[in-house]
Ligand binder design. Sequence first.
Ligand code: F6P
Length: 327
Amino acid sequence: MEGIQRIGVYTSGGDAPGMNACVRAVVRTAYAHDLEVVGIRRGYEGMIDSDFVEMTTRSVSNILQKGGTVLKSARSDRFRTPEGRALAAANLTEMGINALVAIGGDGSMRGATLLNQEHGISVVGCPGTIDNDLYGTDETIGYDTAMNTAIENIDRIRDTADAHNRLFLVEVMGRDAGFIALNCGIGGGAELVLIPENQTDLKEVKKQIFGLMSSHARSSIVVVAEGDQLGGAQRIADALKNDAKFDFIDLRVCILGHTQRGGSPTARDRVLASRFGVSAVEALIEGHTNVMVGLVGGEIKMTPMKNVWSRSKSIDYELINLTKMLS
Ligand code: F6P
């Protein structure tokens, strides 16, 4: 690769708490190496629209602790087309940007791979999604904050559930993955956890819920990942309501939704995001491209970008057994 001229940094896909800490680390590391940084607003949409902003070490002051992303984020349909990507690449070249740090989930990494393959722009990724579903890293930016937010809410739900001996179906985020649900289920003491990685059968779920609620006067919490095959908490609640056998149960649904995406990042997410940002810039300087930095066994490792979006990260099945044991 020819030397780096200017680095472009962007956040893309669903925002995640800690993305700002990562942007800050990218900018400050680049300047420490006498490299300029341009912020690209709204991810790939901004790349296509030339929505660029010069960034300095001062422009990233006081953002470390903030949720959301100062660069804004988007999901871009235009970038899915070769024409959209060609326009984005031309805009980057015009700005003198020949290296990128992409902060986002699997869609963002896929987009970065295409930019590299089709237009030769150097790309290094930083994993950022609350879902934690990226191959090549044990943890993603935002996951810890989202889990803590969800657990705090589950604790609150437990208080009111207990007061009325109610059954609560609590839905947490995770479009294709159950990392949040599984860990919140354990941390929040859920009686049952339903995740996409584990085949769930409505008959079996009903049997378990019947057992939980009929054995004694008590509350129960079922944590449901939004991507679970049964179609989410509301669907399961409807199935129970339509079955007279469950008439004795006082049932409520709580969908935590986007509350899990916002808020100030936890200490863990701030440190993780900072480490990723520093490592991404160092990787570019060392001449790496088409890789994502990740945390593997406590150390920063690089994974080929293609593996990140073409392979799936497996859930820890030991934890599934743990939920059964502890409920
Ligand atoms: O970023 C991941 C995620 O939060 C998923 O858990 C969820 O399904 C999705 O994004 C929601 O996306 P949007 O905010 O675009 O509705």
